[in-house]
Design a protein around this ligand. Structure first.
Ligand code: MG
Length: 408
């Protein structure tokens, strides 16, 4: 017998020996009701991104996935997308992967079923993972994939440390369980795709609810042909974040201040925060003169210790002549966020005699929020007049102030 034949014989009895098409379902459609005021747990910041993006990153770095489906609570698609791409490396990691967002249902089971229905039918295996477990390891993922290929279904589990009892509804012990036979189950749970989809479909049709996907798998042996779920080795670190205190963060915050001052003259557009305000005069300047965006640039650069707007875009450089300040701020932000900074909040004052800014406030805030990839409730803008005094009071100038708080 040749060496290669021997090698073939020693391989485990794989169900799938060919290249497998893999999908990942990230379940993140829950309401996070136990997080109190801190918001949805999957969107909380963690390292350079969020709980959601950190969880996805581990999978994409561990294995190639043809498809990723991310579920989100009803009406939260935008927040979900922002949270996912907050870490700038995610986009690159996803470049050969089909990304699908899927609106959740009333229960986790319903959300997972809706997500599974979006997975392309040619998929061989699917991993279903709670996005609230961002500390999952590459080894756990690779073990689950390996055993799913061999057994048809695999889930990570950890041995229970405490003695376990089954109790009655009146809190008395019904029976004493054998600890050696018990494991706590984690995610990702891996399955042959067509089978787990069929299990979920049948569960939905019959109105059955399960505690997890492995129970759905085990409940329909007619579909799974009785294939048992293999339990791989989980880890204590792969815990589910339930309270915000579960995210051990060594947080760093920095404050930044920026100001700007531009002359106003006729024949120039009045630009504030990337929004053109109808007025007879506008800012003079080497760039488009947007005094608000310039103050924000300086605040961000100051907070992150990266310099100032003058060193980034010298007004002696013809490249920046009439430059769109939205692009300047974008460039500044790309640079600042490279160091892992996120905007906690930004507060601005615009000193302008005329016109009234209030009608434009929402638009200005939205414009800045979109450049800085934060929700608009983290940005605030106030307009002030100068009571007719000085150059601002005579509508010859606009003055802007910005403070920002960065966090990582
Ligand atoms: Mg300026």
């Amino acid at each position: 017998m040749r060496k290669t034949d021997l090698k073939t014989l020693t391989l485990p009895p794989l169900l799938l020996t060919m290249m497998t098409k893999k999908a990942l379902v990230l379940a993140a459609a829950g309401s996070s009701s136990r997080m109190k005021s801190s918001g949805k747990k999957e969107y909380l910041s963690l390292n350079n991104g969020t709980v959601l993006s950190e969880a996805l990153k581990v999978f994409l770095e561990a294995e190639k996935f043809n498809t990723v489906v991310v579920s989100f609570p009803k009406g939260k698609e935008k927040e979900c997308s922002i949270s996912l791409f907050l870490d700038s490396t995610i986009k690159d990691l996803l470049k050969d992967t089909l990304l699908i967002f899927s609106e959740g249902g009333k229960t986790r089971q319903e959300s997972v079923y809706k997500s599974l229905q979006k997975v392309p039918s040619e998929t061989d295996i699917v991993l279903i993972h709670d996005a609230a477990r961002p500390f999952v390891s590459k080894k756990i993922i690779q073990d689950v994939i390996k055993k799913t290929k061999e057994y048809g279904a695999a889930v990570p589990g950890i041995k229970t440390v405490d003695t376990q009892k089954k109790i009655n509804i009146d809190n008395t012990i019904e029976c004493h369980l054998e600890r050696e036979t018990l494991v706590s189950i984690q995610t990702p749970q891996g399955f042959l795709f067509n089978e787990i989809l069929a299990c979920h479909r049948l569960a939905s049709e019959k109105g059955l609810s399960f505690t997890d996907d492995s129970e759905a798998w085990d409940s329909f042996p007619s579909i799974t042909k009785g294939k048992k779920v293999f339990v791989t080795e989980g880890s204590e670190e792969n815990k589910k974040i339930t309270f915000s205190s579960d995210l051990k963060k060594s947080e760093e915050t920095r404050i930044g201040l920026g100001t700007d001052f531009h002359r106003l003259s006729e024949g120039r557009p009045l630009l504030l925060g990337g929004v053109e305000i109808p007025f007879e005069k506008g800012e003079e300047g080497h760039s488009d003169g947007d005094a608000l965006l310039h103050a924000i640039c300086d605040a961000l650069l100051g907070a992150s210790g990266k310099g100032d707007i003058g060193s980034f875009f010298p007004d002696t450089d013809p490249k920046w002549k009439d430059a769109d300040s939205k692009k300047l701020l974008k460039k500044v932000w790309e640079n600042v966020k490279e160091d892992g900074w996120k905007v906690e909040n930004i507060d601005c004052v615009i000193e302008l005699e005329k016109p009234k800014l209030l009608p434009f406030r929402e638009k200005i805030i939205a414009s800045i929020a979109s450049i800085l990839e934060v929700s608009s409730d983290r940005i605030f803008i106030k307009g002030k007049t100068n009571e007719g005094l000085g150059s601002v009071g005579k509508t010859d100038a606009v003055k802007t102030f910005c403070v920002c708080l960065l966090k990582k």
